[in-house]
Write a protein that binds this ligand. Structure first.
Ligand SMILES: [Zn+2]
Length: 80
């Protein structure tokens, strides 16, 4: 059975919150499936950029046929 848990995702540069996210499985956060983003703190105009400092932290992609954001390593940190 796949494990799921809720994490908060923050900007590494300014520590602003970016997402609340339902993560599937253990391990480093490499991607976010769009359907698992529970709260999105970014603005629609500058999506995938930090709402405070405008750092881009991810790119749109498809993973296993599901729309996802590929995290740019080093741009975010997470807390459970
Ligand atoms: Zn930031």
């Amino acid at each position: 059975m796949a494990e799921e848990y809720i994490i908060d995702v923050f900007c590494s540069k300014c520590r602003s919150q970016i997402f609340r996210y339902r993560k599937e499985g253990e391990g480093h956060l490499m991607k976010c499936y769009t359907s698992n983003v529970l709260r999105d703190f970014t603005s629609p105009e500058n999506h995938l950029q930090c709402p405070e400092c405008d750092t881009q932290f991810a790119r749109n992609t498809m993973i296993h046929g599901r729309p996802a954001y590929k995290i740019i390593q080093g741009k975010v940190f997470v807390r459970r």
